[in-house]
Design a protein around this ligand. Structure first.
Ligand SMILES: [Zn+2]
Length: 232
């Protein structure tokens, strides 16, 4: 049965550059394989004091970014490259480097195409040298489409390669779910035990052991599709 862990605010505040790490005996949080030398990543916010009357500017009195890292084995890390390449851990592995390269290439291709279509619009005035540049709008669009197409091909090639590697090492492997997380906006910072983060893990034994290691509260839940939880 899935286990819901409640993380108090004292554990997640002042964590910029210092990730909250969930590990237990170097076992994988999803499939229990050892060693779990990789992490699944969740980029989260510690937020206090929602401003009801804000029109612009800060929405919260305090908002800090932090990382949640949950220990996983190499196979589960590889399966994330197939299912969630956009949130792969920025570690020094070859897969992470390829994923970062693809992410940059998607951005560059998209930007080039956008620049081309922007030249078509009246936002760029048709006078002087700008009119010559406007007439060349197809150049960045074509370059952008080529970059996007090559990136898509490259991503498919590496995903097929990784899928074959996973199937060769673990015949019949089915990807297991990432942790589901939900963060709370706190009213104030007075109670360090107030729950700031909930983490739902399918691996019951692992989740209970990890919560006990840190003396965090937890409860079993029979409803993994809880509507109040959002995938992170
Ligand atoms: Zn695993």
């Amino acid at each position: 049965m899935p286990v819901l862990i409640f993380i108090p605010s004292s554990e997640v505040k002042n964590r910029q550059g210092n990730p909250l790490i969930l590990e237990h005996e170097r076992r994988c949080s999803r499939c229990d394989q050892s060693p779990a030398s990789f992490f699944e990543i969740h980029r989260l916010h510690y937020r206090v004091g929602f401003k009801h009357s804000h029109l612009y500017g800060k929405k919260y009195r305090l908002s800090e970014n932090y990382l949640l890292k949950v220990g996983v084995c190499e196979t589960c890390f590889k399966s994330d490259f197939l299912t969630h390449p956009e949130v792969l851990d920025h570690n020094n592995s070859q897969l992470a480097r390829i994923s970062r390269f693809h992410s940059k290439a998607w951005t560059i291709g998209g930007l080039l195409a956008c620049i081309g279509f922007l030249l078509l619009t009246p936002i760029i005035p048709q006078n002087g040298i700008l009119s010559t540049i406007k007439q060349m709008w197809q150049v960045p669009v074509i370059m952008g489409v080529i970059v996007l197409f090559l990136t898509w091909l490259s991503q498919k090639k590496y995903q097929t390669k990784v899928l074959h590697e996973i199937e060769a090492a673990n015949p019949g492997f089915q990807p297991l779910a990432r942790a589901e997380v939900h963060t709370y906006v706190l009213r104030d910072e007075e109670d360090p035990n107030a729950t700031a983060l909930e983490i739902l893990l399918d691996n019951e034994e692992w989740a209970k052991a990890c919560a006990n290691d840190h003396q965090w509260k937890f409860e079993q839940t029979s409803n993994p599709e809880n509507e109040t939880l959002s995938k992170g």
